[in-house]
Ligand binder design. Structure first.
Ligand code: ADP
Ligand code: MG
Length: 301
């Protein structure tokens, strides 16, 4: 039996927290560990696309189709939108027009599930699909949350960081109750971390306390944890995108490469040690029919 891939949304409505860096480098690390990986760039800024050099100006052949073409056209062939970046590492690229999708899709009855419908057609070729979300909680993010089974939140241990997480968890909760009951928050990854500062230590302690308090609650984050190691601030991680490379191709022994390699192992091990219970079949893309407009949300503000 073909096992469905893990579909993980990397989500934080704040920009610049490390979503794209984490998607690229965890994906590359997993591919190196033998996993078949698909990365999907859902951000109109196309940073992941540029980071891996699969933009329109690339030297290597890349697909003419972007996630924009897929989302606007349910009949489009998802297979044809996949570009191969490296051994076991594929990408569906973004493009700047993607911002227009939100308005163009707004009236479509299947506006929440277009991504799920496309990914279903390529899913059996992958072990893990990572969705790099835009810095908003709009329709693109809703599409990611409609087909993901897991959410990982990259963030920085800053003052007020927890406030932003609250809003994000509300959106996850709404999606879990209305559209995708299998959605779970796997955890938080602390990016650009400076473990010696008192503020960072306090934020880590607060987050841990928050997750502990929610352990027995019926919420999608009841099993969430801070995934370790934290990713240290490392200039090599900021340099590698301009070379179109993951950290493993750019500077494989630097602290950033060490941290992402270890994190990828953590994320893979989590799944190995916690299989889905028998009454919850291992089907990732189980998007239920979305209620029509009577339930006005989930279009978030
Ligand atoms: P997001 O996708 O959430 O907007 P990015 O992954 O693009 O965030 O990261 C924001 C910026 O910080 C980028 O310039 C990136 O290269 C840089 N960056 C990310 N993680 C690190 C790190 N651990 N150390 C140093 N710079 C980092
Ligand atoms: Mg990004």
């Amino acid at each position: 039996m073909e096992v469905a891939p893990r579909i993980i949304a990397l989500l934080n409505q704040k920009g610049g927290v490390g979503k794209t860096t984490t998607t690229v480098n965890i994906g590359a690390a997993m591919a190196r560990r033998g996993q078949r990986i698909l990365l999907v760039d859902l951000d109109p800024q196309a940073h992941l696309t540029l980071h891996l050099g699969v933009d329109a100006d690339a030297d290597e052949p890349v697909s003419e189709l972007s996630i924009y073409d897929l989302l606007l056209n349910p009949a489009e062939n998802a297979d044809a939108a996949v570009s191969h970046v490296d051994e076991r590492l594929d990408v569906i690229r973004s493009e700047v027009d993607l911002a227009a999708v939100e308005t163009e899709l707004a009236a479509a009855p299947d506006r929440y599930t277009r991504l799920a419908d496309h990914l279903r057609r390529v899913a059996d070729r992958y072990d893990v699909i990572l969705l790099d979300c835009p810095p908003s909680l709009g329709l693109l993010t809703i599409n990611a949350l409609a087909c993901a089974r897991e959410v990982i939140i990259p963030m920085q241990a800053h003052f007020l960081a927890l406030q932003g997480v609250g809003k994000l968890l509300e959106t996850v909760s709404m999606m879990a109750s209305r559209v995708n009951p299998l959605l779970r928050v796997t955890g938080v990854i602390l990016c650009m971390h400076e473990s010696t500062t008192r503020l960072a230590q306090e934020v880590v302690a607060d987050l841990e306390a928050f997750f502990e308090q929610n352990r027995s609650q019926p919420v999608p984050w009841r099993d969430a944890r801070i995934l370790r190691p934290h990713v240290r601030r490392n200039i090599k991680l900021a340099e590698s995108p301009s070379f179109g490379k993951s950290i493993f191709d750019y500077e494989p022994t630097c602290p950033g490469a060490q941290d992402y390699a270890a994190l990828a192992a953590t994320v893979l091990a989590l799944h190995a040690s916690s299989p889905a219970p028998p009454d919850e079949p291992e089907v990732c893309i189980t998007v239920q029919a979305v209620q029509p407009a009577t339930e006005a949300a989930p279009d978030p503000a």
